[in-house]
Design a protein around this ligand. Sequence first.
Ligand code: GSH
Length: 221
Amino acid sequence: MKLKFIYVDTPFWRAEVGRIALFMGDIKFDDVRIKREDFSTAKETGTLSDGTVLPFHQIPCLVVDGISIAQTGAIARFCGKQSGLYPTNDDVKAAKIDEFIDFATDLTVMVSSTRNETDESERIKVRRDLSKGPIKRKLSMLEKNIINNSEWLVTSNISVADVAIWRLLGWLSSGILDGMPTDLLSSFPKIRKLCLAVDKHPKIQKWISLTYPNNYTRGNY
Ligand SMILES: N[C@@H](CCC(=O)N[C@@H](CS)C(=O)NCC(=O)O)C(=O)O
């Protein structure tokens, strides 16, 4: 099977959840990091300059033997099944993993809407308010849903759910988004513990050393 993973050159969770699953499963794939200009055109046309089709004019996109697959969740499940980071014979556990992927999507949509605010002080205000209100509320729910007796969210080994939550919350707490406080996770000990566990996983560390810029702020957990 020939795999080509398409995203821009940034470790956003939507891409990392699939890329890291493949990497952890020692599955060979072509890690294609497209230029912003190529992506800008493809948003309009649905096709990259090399002819690759982006089904919904969005990234990430995974091309499997020439067939383009879109949508973060679909890609995460596919990559997770190939690599052992998503169950293939336990529908309940699979659904519980889906919950966390969809949770990551909900938070992403909430935060991404603030990118349209071009007035800097207004954007900062909106993000501060979000962090103290709706995001804090969501994080409290996540904290409640982390069960104490396991290192990982759903399965006995790391799954795509853990990878998604780690990178999502790394992004949100890293300081990269002006107005979003870097102590966002300070009152959520279980979330911080989970993020630290993912971050120190040897395969994750290997991936970071291979693909992240030096001294990249992965988050504050
Ligand atoms: N529903 C899609 C959303 C993906 C998405 O919004 N990707 C962004 C980049 S992170 C994008 O392609 N934005 C361009 C657009 O939506 O026109 C998914 O789950 O993958």
